[in-house]
Design a protein around this ligand. Structure first.
Ligand code: ADP
Length: 447
């Protein structure tokens, strides 16, 4: 930047000075012409008397009415052509005076000219070589160059300092990200530091959650496996009486089913974890129809628990991922049935709400105490562990529901009163586009 500035400034100064000198020289020539005119330069005797004293810096020519040069103090007039058409000469003849800056054919270099018409029709022309200007520039150049170098060095020093000052807090932050003490930041850095710190905390939190999840998974898988292994061992070594064998086989079967259910849920969750929300295909999903199908499918299970499962609302569609919505419906209805009492009810309600659609699953079951209402969405968290296990729960159902709701940017709401029942509702985006072949972003899906 400094270098560019220096070069630009030098260029600009040169231009300004050139203009200034140009005017100055033309003015000088004009005065010179006047002096010469008053001194009677047109008469040969006067010229002889003056002897060219002090005029060697200026070229003086006298041109007659025909344009022939009959006197020149610098060049041999013998070889000179007609000067009638020279711009300054023709101007002087027409207007009394004329000036021009051009290449001189005679001297083969740029020159400044000024010409005046004398009383007897002769034209007096004075000229100065342009090289005089460049000579001034050349003499000024070392000073300009030196100044440029000095400014450049000064700028380097200053920008070096400034850069160090700007970068220091970033370097400090890189080394002390974990420490809570505020780094020495300047005001403009604060949002950046805040954001980095928040992201860093999120990363640490995620790592911790993952670790916890792995530990939980191992633990959760171990329990049914240990049971299966134990019962199988008893049968293997004929330590179980004949009448115990069907019971043990039943236990093995139940634990194996639990294991399978759990592995299915874990796979589902990890799939949801890797899936990027943007990469998901969102289509028009007929929520009411799907809820109805789910209610029909779960009627047997509801019957077993002596629970009445019903649906109400209006047929409407949402923007979503069909498979995921199916999973949400199943998990919520299944929970409503399992955490219910004999003679209880589970109702699925689908209703539009502005440009959204609300899906509600409410039951008259055991409810969730206030203290656990946040935690039931955590992976493997169960309020009543034995009841969850006894009814084939994995502790992952609501975690999956929460995950799917988040990927649909849908609001998830839980209301519950222990002993009275639970209501979980999700607010989905309504599908307005009648064309089911369109995804969320409005682009046509590949066929
Ligand atoms: P689970 O497989 O154990 O049902 P979920 O993640 O579906 O796992 O639910 C977590 C816990 O939340 C359950 O163990 C249960 O204690 C509680 N819960 C979930 N749904 C209900 C409900 N409708 N009524 C009462 N408690 C519920």
């Amino acid at each position: 930047m400094a270098l560019t500035t220096i070069l630009l400034t030098t260029g600009l100064i040169t231009a300004v000075f050139y203009d200034f000198f140009r005017k100055e020289i033309l003015n000088e020539l004009k005065i010179c012409a006047e002096v010469l005119q008053n001194a009677g330069i047109d008469s040969a005797e006067r010229r002889a008397e003056m002897g060219g004293a002090g005029l060697n810096q200026v070229r003086i020519s006298l041109i007659d009415e025909q344009g022939m040069v009959f006197y020149d103090n610098d060049v041999d007039i013998g070889g000179m052509d007609n000067h009638k058409e020279r711009p300054e000469v023709s101007d002087a003849r027409r207007e009394g005076s004329g000036q021009s800056i051009r290449r001189s054919d005679t001297l083969d270099q740029s020159a400044f000219y000024y010409a005046v018409l004398l009383k007897d029709g002769t034209i007096l022309r004075v000229a100065k070589e342009a090289s005089s200007i460049w000579r001034i520039f050349r003499s000024a150049f070392p000073v300009i160059f030196l100044m440029g170098v000095m400014v450049f060095l000064f700028c380097m020093l200053l920008s070096g300092r400034a850069t160090k000052m700007l970068v220091a807090p970033v370097e400090y932050l890189a080394d002390h990200l974990d420490e809570c003490t505020e780094p020495p930041v300047y005001r403009e850095m604060a949002p950046f530091v805040d954001r980095i710190r928040r992201q860093h905390e999120d990363i640490l939190k995620n790592a911790r959650l993952r670790q916890e999840f792995t530990a939980n998974v191992s633990h959760e898988l171990k329990t049914p496996l240990a049971a299966i292994s134990g019962y199988a061992e008893l049968i293997e070594h004929e330590m179980a009486s004949q009448e115990d064998v069907p019971r043990f086989a039943g236990e093995i079967h139940r634990n194996a089913s639990r294991l399978l259910a759990m592995i299915n849920d874990i796979i589902r969750l990890s799939e949801l974890d890797v899936m990027e929300a943007d990469a998901m295909v969102f289509t028009q999903v007929p929520l009411y129809q799907m809820a109805k199908a789910c209610v029909e499918m779960l009627q047997v299970s509801a019957g077993k628990h002596q629970v009445t499962l019903s649906i109400r609302g209006v047929p409407c569609s949402i923007l979503g991922n069909r498979e995921m919505v199916e999973e949400v419906l199943y998990n919520l209805c299944d929970n409503g049935i399992r955490y219910n009492a004999a003679g209880g009810n589970v109702a699925v309600i689908v209703e539009p709400e502005g440009d959204k659609v609300r899906l509600t699953v409410e039951d008259t079951g055991i409810g969730i105490p206030k203290a656990y209402q946040e935690r039931v969405f955590e992976r493997f968290y169960r309020v009543d562990k034995s009841r969850s296990k006894a009814t084939g729960g994995t502790g992952l159902g609501l975690a999956i529901v929460k995950h799917i709701a988040a990927q649909h940017h849908a609001e998830l709401l839980l209301q519950s009163e222990p002993g009275c029942g639970t209501r979980i509702s999700i607010l989905f985006d309504r599908a307005n586009a009648p064309d089911p072949d369109r995804d969320r972003k409005g682009a046509a899906l590949p066929k």
